[in-house]
Write a protein that binds this ligand. Structure first.
Ligand code: NAD
Length: 355
């Protein structure tokens, strides 16, 4: 059993905590948080031991009646690995503290690559995370791009990928984010930093990205153009991508036309928090012209990195082979959305009683 703690219990931290708790070979020893807000209270309700990240703020937890099991140093003394899910930049400041407790660390994509020994997605970088002291799970957009480009590169060779990222302005709970009535180039400089970040996990792949921020909270949307070395067919690409366990090819017949319907489907399927751990690719968008492939995919920013964090722990802490770890994580969480959709739907729409 790998003993795990999560430091930073917000959008990503609470999801990672639940995902770790669901793994039969991992034990969630507790979560640490700086502020005694509603997320702290809900951590306790969910049965997690809660630790005060800042020992000087213990009084604040006591004042609002949120019981704590100790402070962050107590948690660090009790675990093998910490998953740092603090706001971007705070992870780097925590690095020395983790090392001083002899605890390995998983950082998130808001940190710069030099925060850790290796950058990580399970599909591209599992072996690079062996026996290192720290890894950085790359950002939601980078994870989504790496999962897509890795099989394309292995099968056809990627000559050049060009991706426009229409990013959500903020997460649903981030009332201070925007824009609220605009679409903003962000960054306005081209290409954006996302392409270089993809190369931290797919070093050989040439990818340029341009990014915008839109007044939505549900998901990011990627408009993808990949010039391949080989000449693909749309059917061939579809069949290739269907084999990837963390890609959900949304069937045309499902009647899912956007992020709202995707989230609704996830909620209807009983996904916790309506989470979409898979990239969601619009099957009918997969098109080929010569060596150029085009498609749209959506990425749920709050969720796609969650199974990656679980695999990062296993890669660092055990000798479990990559495929086995990915399968174990998928099975424990229920990754594999849409696996029944193809069976249940006819090309003309949902199966009804009359069908
Ligand atoms: P968040 O603001 O939702 O959560 C951060 C949590 O850390 C909060 O609970 C906050 O109270 C707590 N915190 C703040 N300072 C702390 C400290 N010093 N010690 C312990 N806890 C502290 O942030 P998030 O969106 O979950 O992002 C966490 C990391 O994940 C960032 O690196 C971010 O870039 C990355 N990430 C975020 C998303 C996303 O869409 N939200 C997606 C992928 C990766």
């Amino acid at each position: 059993m790998t003993r795990v703690g999560v430091n930073g219990y917000g959008t990503i931290g609470k999801r990672v905590a639940d995902a770790v708790a669901a793994q039969p070979d991992m034990m969630l020893r507790g979560v640490a948080k700086r502020s005694p807000n509603h997320e702290a209270e809900s951590a306790v309700r969910r049965g997690h031991d809660l630790y005060a990240a800042d020992p000087e703020r213990i009084d604040e937890f006591e004042r609002v009646g949120v019981p704590i099991a100790g402070t962050l140093p107590d948690l660090l003394d009790d675990i093998d690995v910490v998953v740092d899910c603090c706001p971007a930049g705070v992870g780097a400041r925590n690095r020395e503290r983790y090392a001083s407790h002899d605890v390995r660390a998983v950082f998130q994509g808001g940190e710069t690559p030099d925060v850790a020994d290796a950058s990580f997605t399970a599909r591209t970088s599992f072996e690079q995370a062996r026996d290192v002291d720290s890894v950085r799970v790359v950002s939601c957009n980078t994870t989504g791009l790496a999962r897509l480009l890795a099989p394309l590169n292995e099968t056809y060779g990627v000559e050049k990928a060009r991706v426009t990222l229409v990013r959500r302005g903020g997460d649903p709970a981030q009332t201070d984010r925007g824009p609220i009535n605009d679409i903003v180039p962000d960054p306005a400089t081209l290409p954006s930093h996302h392409g270089p970040d993809v190369r931290t996990v797919l070093p050989g792949v040439d990818v340029d990205t341009a990014a915008l921020k839109a007044p939505v909270t549900a998901m990011h949307t990627h408009s993808v153009n990949v010039t391949l070395d080989g000449t693909p067919t749309a059917d061939g690409v579809r069949e290739l991508l269907e084999q990837e366990s963390r890609l959900f090819l949304v069937p045309e017949a499902a009647g899912i036309d956007g992020a709202g319907a995707l989230k609704e489907y996830a909620l209807d399927c009983g996904r916790p928090r309506g989470d979409l751990w898979e990239n969601c690719l619009w099957t009918e968008s997969i098109s080929v012209s010569g060596t150029d492939l085009y498609l749209f995919q959506n990425v749920h920013q709050e969720a796609d990195v969650v199974p990656e964090n679980v695999d990062a722990i296993r890669a660092m802490m055990t000798d479990t082979p990559a495929e086995e770890s990915i399968t174990r994580t998928n099975d424990a969480l229920g990754v594999g959305l849409g696996s029944r959709l193809g069976e249940q739907l006819t090309p003309n729409g949902p199966v009804t009683a009359d069908d």
